[in-house]
Design a protein. Structure first.
Length: 359
């Protein structure tokens, strides 16, 4: 906390248009005393400090330059996060202060645990890591207080697994991840531990393949959703960028031109690319993208296959997987459902012309 008493005495004196001699005379002190106060060489005694505040018609707090901080939990955590953004080591001291004030608050304990663990990742200090683990275990006890849907016992266990890993306790880390892995959310981490750090690469194959499929599914959904976000903003350049990248990504995932679920979804991404191309004035390119999409759709319709057997590396899975069609719930389904959702007249007309010319 920075106090600015010397600067404030000088500022208040000048506001009153007083010399140091006049202020000294009013307070019954020497000119040298006033000089030292304003130079920061000494500070007035408490009684004189009160007289100064009274003389300048202000409070002692204002004269000292003291401002009370908002130490309510949310404000304190906000300051703490700001310190972490700059990787300021004082964040660790502030975290302990917060824990001293709010030792039984889930929000405080969990946030401070994550912050201490984050700093631990930099220097691998065992004392910091164990302190973070202690707080994470405490957060599990306090979990009924939690109102953040993004945080659960699973996420806390994931952080604990990371702490064990930093301590070199790989078996404990992987055990925690395997016991707390709903929907395979930690498959990538489990695969990493097995393949890279535990020299058991063959054991990593099933979880890595499953992680790849889940990642692909999430990425495709995100790309599709972003197109609708960019449409709402009228940001066609970004829509074109993400659909171009998405179409290239999908093409790189396939091992052959089969009619599986990935090919069907690739066709839908191409339709979104055509839409972005149309909105960017690239009509010939849009027409070419729609034709590619139509070929893929026909290939799928001729022999529907909802697996991902032709996806690179996903074939390493023991069991076939299905890629969810995000437009299967629309009235028309597939590409027709997507075009209907987009509601673009020019795109609809091009698609209609393309399909009618085949008849």
């Amino acid at each position: 906390m920075k106090l600015t008493l010397s600067e404030n005495i000088r500022a208040f004196r000048k506001q009153r248009k007083l010399t140091q001699e006049k202020l000294a005379e009013a307070l019954g002190v020497t000119v040298g005393a006033v000089y030292k106060w304003e130079s920061g060489l000494s500070q007035p005694e408490l009684g004189i400090l009160v007289e100064l505040a009274d003389f300048f018609d202000t409070s002692v707090d204002a004269l000292l330059g003291y401002r009370a901080r908002d130490n309510r939990l949310d404000a304190a955590l906000e300051r703490l996060i700001s310190l972490c953004g700059d990787m300021d080591p004082s964040a660790l001291t502030e975290a302990e202060k917060i824990l001293g004030k709010y030792p039984h608050s889930f929000k405080a304990v969990y946030a401070c645990a994550e912050i201490i663990l984050g700093f631990s990742a930099m220097d691998r200090d065992p004392a910091k890591i164990r302190r973070a683990m202690e707080l994470l275990e405490q957060a599990r006890v306090l979990l009924p207080q939690n109102d953040d849907p993004a945080v659960s016992e699973v996420t806390i266990c994931g952080s604990l697994a990371g702490a064990h890993f930093m301590l070199g306790e790989k078996e404990k880390s992987i055990e925690l991840l395997q016991k707390n892995n709903p929907g395979g959310i930690f498959n990538s981490e489990i695969g990493l531990l097995r393949a890279v750090y535990m020299e058991r690469p063959e054991e990593a194959v099933p979880v890595l393949a499953d992680a790849l499929v889940n990642s692909v599914s999430g990425l495709i959904t995100a790309i599709i959703s972003y197109v609708f976000v960019f449409r709402s903003r009228g940001d066609w350049a970004s829509a074109l960028d993400i659909t171009t990248w998405g179409a290239d990504f999908m093409a790189g995932l396939k091992t052959e031109n089969t009619s599986d679920s990935l090919g069907k979804t690739h066709a839908e991404i191409l339709v979104l690319l055509a839409y972005a191309q149309l909105k960017s004035g690239l009509r010939e390119e849009a027409s070419a993208s729609l034709k590619k999409a139509r070929v893929m759709e026909q290939r799928f319709d001729s022999r529907p296959n909802y697996s991902m057997e032709s996806t690179r590396f996903a074939g390493l899975l023991d069991q076939p997987v299905i890629l969810l069609d995000v437009f299967s719930g629309t009235e028309a389904g597939g590409i027709s459902g997507l075009i209907s959702l987009l509601g673009d007249r020019e795109l609809s007309e091009q698609w209609k012309e393309l399909t009618e010319n085949e008849q």
